[in-house]
Design a protein around this ligand. Structure first.
Ligand code: ADP
Length: 488
């Protein structure tokens, strides 16, 4: 009986395969890291062979661990690092160069020029603020710098894809050439209003339309894997960018649903329903996942230094010996004693946007202890998340329903309780924190008919428990501290 779903999570540093049974329980998992290639300062690449090799290895391992064969898999859902760019030969499948990773800054200067001349047009069409992260300037770079690439592209010999597209193309031996709305929306070439590749932008970036994949909803029957790949053909029924996968995995399918991933940085996404929202606070407008039909719009913002502030406490200041110890240490004091940490180590993003801002520690007295500083550092994560949620609420004119959370630092109960207090909203941490893989599995399973609907899952709910006056006072202190960190 085909009732298992295979989720392939192709991330920035590792590839993972997770197999779910029909109760959406994990039955097996495998993970493999692969090499990061740094050819020059600020440049980041992945070998396409490493991406493919690691995916094949983890899928094989997970299937063996689950004691299944490809015949038992009802559908595959793919989720992937977003924006990372591949260009390959339509006939041979051979990439013309390494994948250019989203983090790569090689096109930063071009993006600065674009910001000055075309920021508004690009924002109007794509919802994005021009940046080297997005695929468009990476494709242009490849066409302009790899010998013969432009001539070959103009003859229709080359194809472009984000990682989802490349995987589907490889797994189907060239029969599937497609992507989904969530990945297309991060290329800076896709019009999020017409849901089509934008002719003006293709002209601006000098990219032939023949290189581009067809764009489908995230939950969609894309086609089958080639029989030779896993021993039997398997349906591919989902492709979705990693953050949108997490949003779907957190069941944030209604307007006002928000998720935050507390990793090294924090990634916040808010479902805003079917009307695009324009941000006044420098948030990105993008597309969310759906099973066939029209995708919802999503507001996205990120915190540069999230869990990384805890690493700094551990490795830089050596105030704690493990990340987990931060919780106990924070709870050893009643409050932060008026201390604020603003971890603007690399500047501040939304809603302040000051790249020259630097970190500060304020409010220190003779009574300040290690506990106060550790507590203030954890609180800084929650304050930054709160600033973004407030911006989203203002931009969308919607009050959030609750904040669904995942990521490494969401283990910290103190942090989540403080988050609920400062947001005055419930914070929900599901039991299964593999929300990215789960989101891709949900999309594939719904599309393949393994599930008719997805039910809410168990988890821990943190309810706000702070009086209004105290909350206002704490937030006021935070905003004053931020003002001191700003330079511009
Ligand atoms: P990423 O995917 O960005 O590598 P993870 O989701 O694995 O991040 O989370 C790792 C981050 O979470 C690290 O920055 C670490 O400091 C932080 N972290 C892990 N455990 C805790 C904890 N108990 N309390 C606070 N932060 C934590």
């Amino acid at each position: 009986m085909k009732s298992f779903i295979l989720s392939i999570d192709q991330g920035t540093t590792s590839s993972r395969a997770v197999i779910f049974d029909k109760n959406a329980k994990i039955v097996a998992m495998a993970q493999q890291e692969f090499k990061q290639v740094y050819p020059r300062p600020g440049w980041v690449e992945h070998s396409p062979q490493d991406i493919m090799g690691s995916v094949m290895a983890v899928v094989a391992e997970a299937i063996v661990r689950a004691e299944l064969t490809a015949d038992d898999i009802a559908a595959i859902g793919i989720t992937n690092q977003r924006e990372t760019t591949l260009v390959w030969d339509r006939k041979t499948g051979k990439p013309v160069c390494n994948a250019i990773v989203w983090q790569c800054r090689r096109t930063a200067a071009l993006c600065e020029e674009l910001k000055a001349s075309h920021a508004e047009t690009i924002y109007e069409k794509t919802g994005l603020i021009p940046d080297a992260y997005f695929s468009a300037t990476k494709i242009k770079w490849i066409l302009d710098n790899v010998p013969n690439a432009r001539a070959r592209a103009e003859k229709g010999e080359l194809l472009f894809g984000t990682v989802d597209t490349y995987l589907m193309w490889q797994l189907s031996k060239g029969r599937i050439f497609a992507t989904d709305y969530t990945n297309a929306a991060r290329t800076m070439l896709f019009n999020i209003h017409t849901l089509e590749w934008d002719k003006d932008l293709l002209k601006l970036f000098d990219i032939p339309a023949s290189m581009l994949p067809g764009v489908k909803p995230s939950g969609h029957y894309f086609g089958d894997t080639d029989k030779s790949v896993f021993g039997a053909p398997v349906k591919i029924c989902g492709a979705v960018g990693d953050q949108q996968a997490a949003l779907f995995g957190q069941l944030c399918t209604e307007a006002g649903d928000v998720k935050n991933t507390y990793g090294t940085g924090c990634f916040l996404l808010m479902n805003t329903g079917y009307k695009p929202v324009k941000s006044k606070n420098g948030l990105i407008t993008t597309l969310g996942a759906c099973v066939d039909g029209k995708p919802p719009y999503v507001l996205e913002g990120s915190v540069f230094v999230g869990g990384a502030v805890v690493q700094w406490l551990r490795d830089g200041l050596q105030l704690i010996s493990s990340a987990d110890e931060s919780e106990k240490c924070a709870l050893s004091v009643e409050d932060s004693g008026g201390v604020y940490v603003v971890p603007a180590f690399t500047g501040l993003g939304a809603p302040y946007w000051d790249s020259s801002a630097r970190g500060i520690l304020t409010g220190i007295t003779r009574g300040t202890s290690r506990g106060h500083i550790v507590r203030a550092a954890l609180e800084s994560i929650a304050y930054q998340v709160s600033d973004i949620v407030q911006s989203m609420q203002k931009d969308a004119g919607i009050k959030i329903n609750r904040l669904a959370v995942d990521g490494g630092a969401s283990r910290n109960n103190f942090l989540l309780q403080f988050q609920a207090d400062i947001l005055d909203s419930e914070v929900f941490r599901p039991e299964v924190v593999e929300t990215t893989a789960l989101g891709a599995a949900y999309l594939a399973g719904l599309c393949a008919g393994v599930w008719k609907e997805i039910k809410g899952r168990g988890g821990k709910l943190f309810s706000p428990d702070l009086d209004e006056g105290k909350r206002a006072q704490l937030l006021d202190g935070w905003h004053k501290a931020v003002q001191r960190a700003l330079i511009k």
